[in-house]
Design a protein around this ligand. Sequence first.
Ligand code: FES
Length: 152
Amino acid sequence: MSKDPEDRLTVGEVSRRTGVAISALHYYESLGLIASERTTGNQRRYPRYMLRRISLILVAKRLGISLTEVQHVFDTLPLDKLPTAHDWRRLSRLWHTQLEAKKREIEQLERELMGCIGCGCLSMKSCRLLNVDDELAELGPGPRRLDAAQAA
Ligand code: FES
């Protein structure tokens, strides 16, 4: 990490510059998404380049990428350096692929929902939203969900 004290920011400064609550910064740090150094008085100091990592977290949040997924890709980035433009291109390509997959899932659910609109049968046998791939058939005959609810 940087040795220049001018390149280090307090948690309050980072919070003001990024708009991220101090508690959230501490949480990100506990997940290993960002890192700080401690002063002799045991106060956190963040290297200025952590602002870039926090920006990536904010972009990911906006895209609906979970912190677990962010953590997964951040594990491939050095924590002690500024993420490069190359790093950002790699992350954005990866997140684009994930978003495309989510979009396909939503489109599939939308097609299944279209079959339900105006139907109202809620059939355990034929409604694909309620019984995806007829999973309940594996549990045997009869009203599987009703039996489970009554047993509970
Ligand atoms: S509610 Fe009838 S098919 Fe889904």
